[in-house]
Design a protein around this ligand. Structure first.
Ligand code: AMP
Length: 377
């Protein structure tokens, strides 16, 4: 097996970089515009690596021209995964590229390729990204557990189901998309899983690898953070909640119609976008506390947390107290550029900034103080 790229090798590549002439690189998809817009504001050049057929956002609509646009350069590939080809890696290195990873790194690649072949400095902890998946170790549950953050109760044996649960598997067709169903008892679980297996919504294998979680009834909120490893300081960039394809459509129906629709349609939780929301100020400290604990728990995954991450969950009513229960984690930029329309970064910086801005600020500072090595892997 090919060896994982050592951090020292990345530092060697960095040593040959002209740090006055960096490009901030992204995959043309998840959060690319936010990152590039932030990078341009802070004087960096930008580069989007796109997939053929879905490149126009970057090569046309948001391409830099005159004083408009934020994508300076593009590389269009047949597949995103071609990014690990030696000639592309070489080109990225020649452009002094610092790459900002996103969920696409997991969805569109074999992650091992990134760990063994992508010899381009990545801002953040390269290996941490894959721990978002539930079938690797350590995974997000391990970190949440070590952080002593409240998670939904899990049922390893469906026979133990004693309350409403959400069963999380992967879709048969799009392995990267999750398929869900609800079950409130073992009989219910058997009946529904049989029906969905027959309809090929998921496979036996993905059901076996899936998780059964207590369904958390609360006000959903995602805390989107930035951990500055340079300052050892945690910031809340903003709070939001998700919009999810037909689930959002379903929620806009009266209950009787919902029941009717659910007789022949599965609710899908595929993300469509986010709604900016705020939390009452007295809940902020719960958010900070969870974030601080999470950063601490990730310290045993060297080099620990660097930059953006998010804890996604819901605030439950108690008693005894309202509680932030976390059911998902993003180990990278969370993909919701609207977070800057919450007030939290503005309280800190005097004006609202986006996650893309914040990443650029951190890289700029790292360059200026000659600490770039500390924030890349
Ligand atoms: P996930 O892919 O685990 O982030 O789940 C997708 C969506 O399912 C979330 O955005 C929530 O709306 C919902 N969800 C996931 N897990 C739970 C849970 N344990 N309780 C309530 N809702 C959940």
């Amino acid at each position: 097996m090919t060896e994982k790229i050592a951090r020292e090798q990345i530092w060697k590549i960095l040593d040959d970089y002209d740090t006055e002439n960096l490009h901030i690189g992204v995959l043309g998809g998840h959060s690319a515009l936010d990152v590039c817009n932030g990078a341009k504001k802070h004087g960096f050049k930008t580069l989007a690596v796109c997939r053929e057929g879905r490149e126009k956002t970057y090569t046309k609509y948001y391409k830099t021209r005159g004083d408009k646009g934020c994508i300076d350069e593009t590389i269009v590939l047949k597949n995103f995964s071609d990014i690990t080809k030696p000639e592309i890696v070489k080109r990225l290195q020649e452009m002094n590229t610092i790459f900002i990873h996103s969920r696409y790194f997991w969805v569109y690649f074999n992650f091992t390729e990134i760990e063994t072949k992508f010899r381009v400095p990545i801002f953040g902890n390269r290996g941490l990204l894959k721990t978002e998946e539930r079938d690797v170790r350590p995974n997000q549950y391990d970190f949440l557990k070590n952080a002593d953050i409240r998670m939904p109760k899990q049922f390893s044996d469906p026979k133990d189901i004693d309350r409403l649960t959400i069963v999380k598997t992967s879709e048969a067709y799009r392995g990267y998309e999750r398929a869900f169903f609800f079950a409130s008892s073992y009989d219910d679980y058997v009946k529904k899983s049989k029906e969905l297996l027959e309809r090929n919504v998921f496979t036996e294998e993905s059901l076996k690898n899936g998780v059964i979680e207590e369904y958390v009834l609360g006000a959903q909120v995602n805390f989107n953070y930035f951990y500055s490893s340079l300052n050892d300081e945690l910031e809340i960039m903003g709070t939001d909640m998700r919009r999810q394809t037909n689930l959002d459509g379903l929620l806009r129906l009266p209950a009787t119609q919902q029941i009717e629709v659910l007789n022949h349609t599965e609710p899908k939780y595929i993300e469509t976008g986010h709604v900016t929301c705020t939390v009452k100020e007295s809940l902020l400290e719960k958010g900070f506390d969870a974030g601080e604990r999470f950063v601490k728990a990730v310290k045993n995954f060297p080099p620990g947390m660097i930059g953006p991450f998010a804890l996604q969950g819901a605030i439950t009513p108690g008693p005894p107290k309202e509680e932030f229960v976390v059911f998902d984690v993003s180990m990278r930029i969370p993909g919701s550029p609207g977070t800057m329309f919450t007030p939290y970064s503005g309280y800190l910086y005097g004006q609202s900034i986006s996650c893309g801005d914040r990443i650029a600020m951190e890289i700029k500072r790292a360059v200026k103080t000659e600490r770039l090595r500390e924030v890349v892997t």
